[in-house]
Write a protein that binds this ligand. Sequence first.
Ligand code: MF3
Ligand code: CO
Ligand code: CO
Length: 250
Amino acid sequence: MIKFKKYYPDEFRKLRNAGRVSSKCLDYIEDKIKPGITTQNIDEMCVKFLHKHNAYSAPLFYRGFPKSICTSVNHVVCHGIPSNKTLNEGDIVNVDVTSLVEGYHGDTSRTFCVGKVSVKAKNLVKITKEALDRSIKILKPGVHLGNIGNEIQTYVEKKGYSVVRDFCGHGVGKEFHEEPNILHYGKNGTGPKLQEGMVFTIEPMINAGKHETKVLNDGWTAVTKDKSLSAQFEHTVGITNNGCEIFTLS
Ligand code: MF3
Ligand code: CO
Ligand code: CO
């Protein structure tokens, strides 16, 4: 039996507030991501924004994570640690923000292009975002969890990309990470059925090369084993009586 917490309408209101702060934070930094800035600069801008909006940053010290956001550049799949490394023209960088507002979490990420990027990189970013959007469109009570992964996997594999298996989406709300795991690959009609009140993230990590990843010695930074580019987008969604609400829409 898969466990998950059911969230009620007054909690949806709080999830909406938390989600809005996180997505507005990404809106705020978007045009500031330019060649020459460091990922630490992005961390500082996000922290300022979150504090101004009475939000805590959930990743800071979460299981020992040392910074307030994740910044994952090029072949980094996820959990990149902000540092004084500068971003260069042609890089892609995923910025993952999780705000905590009045006890509820809003978890979202986008992959940004730094200056002008290659056609290859631009396509990977575009298809990854489309995969997330397509998977959200199918959400409503009664749909099997496996259909989410199937939607993402069939779409990106058709384009020649691969789906990361080692990391997944997750229930979210009062806790940063709750049950169940949300896999970004799978088969239609498998897994438990969605029910009203479920709240979770979908956050596909899509690689231009093979799906395998490894974690660097810092214990956090996950990279593609074959050094191929990787992109990611993430939304926090809540299942409603006839569909879903995206709490982290831009
Ligand atoms: N925000 C990430 C997610 O989407 C988790 C980051 S955990 C951290 O689940 F510790 F690395 F920050
Ligand atoms: Co998440
Ligand atoms: Co996240």
